[in-house]
Design a protein around this ligand. Sequence first.
Ligand code: PMP
Length: 447
Amino acid sequence: MTQTVSRPGAGAQQVPLPLDVGAIRADFPILTRTVRDGKRLVYLDSGATSQKPRSVLDAERWFYENINAAPHRGAHQLAEEATGAYEEARAKIGAFIGAPEREIVFTRNTTEAINLVAYALSNAVTAKEPEFRTYAVGQGDEIVVTEMEHHADLIPWQQLCERTGATLRWLGLTDDGRLDLSNLAEVINERTKLVAVTQQSNILGTINPIGEIVARAREVGALVLVDGAQSVPHQPVDVTELGADLLVFSGHKMLGPTGVGVLWGRYEVLDKLPPFLTGGSMIEVVRMEGSTFMPPPQRFEAGVPMTAQVVGLGAAVDYLQALGMAKVEEHEKALTGYALAKLAEIPGVTVIGPADTVARGGAVSFTVEDIHPHDVGQVLDDLGIAVRVGHHCAWPVVRRYGVPATTRATFYVHTGYDDIDALADGIREAQRFFGVAPSGDSEGATS
Ligand code: PMP
């Protein structure tokens, strides 16, 4: 595997990329459009949402044009075919992360998947069935998160604690953008009911040592939920190796449609969770006096599901598998190393997060001295470069590193070195525009 470690001032190296960027770009219709008066779209915001290849768009259209019906209802041919396509996609998406289909629950996105678990844990408190009370959370119990969680993996746990009287605890961060595990054994202890941790930080790019956290959680009998929103799209993830109990991710960040996400859970864990949303198609027997519920995954899929989106996500998984997730990871590692080295060459630019590519993904957040991140973003946008600015829904992280916000570039399968060159040139353009171009930057002065 390519190891590209950036050293400040060492010079950016373009190692050969494992993916054919030119061929891949041709699969993404949106990349042919121009923005801001005819400029090439340099899309460096895949971490917020990814663009979609034609095969994903075609799969959704095919579903609506040919077999559109509500799955798991009705005995007509369209309903049968729609059910078949929906369940086939479930099996394919399960296989993508090494899981059997009965462990795959479709949600709207990562946020909804985490809320599903958090509400199941508080619904467990008042559940009639003793089985459903297995993971009930109450006073004296603790939920553990980390300071680098996206708000989607923080607020639902804060709210769960407010509803149940449980206590929220968290692992802090080191100055170089890693999890501080020095007090792991104290923070995860006999009172811990669940540990929720991101596999790859959406703001720092850090890849967390999930194995170490799982090992400690196992010692105390706590559940582990992994937020895979930024890992499943970018690196091979196999739940049998991950060792966690629950994994959540979003389709729209992995070339799939919006409106579909995944909750994976070990079957024996899912089976003991009471439902979150209730209604049609999650029931076994309904009487006016009360009802019983289907086993997982149906127990957690009330209402007509996002069928075309699930089919579209199946096509996204096909696309990623054809590229090979190991290659996707290697591609992004090479780009990240190049980007870190390019940014290190620009005086006044500080990367917030690990400075090299060891246990690090392709979310590169940075500040530019004397320019507010929103202003950096605006200059880049004028040049056709789409990045994200702000606190990236991880407000405690920017607070931890003492910055108001950052500018963030994220990469994907269609990203090439030319995109990163455009970013570096754009940052220099912003420095010139705001009159803060450092005198020591020879490239900035001449370009
Ligand atoms: N977790 C992480 C690490 C994320 O990056 C995101 C999206 N930015 C989410 C959770 C939430 O994902 P969604 O908005 O698709 O629910």
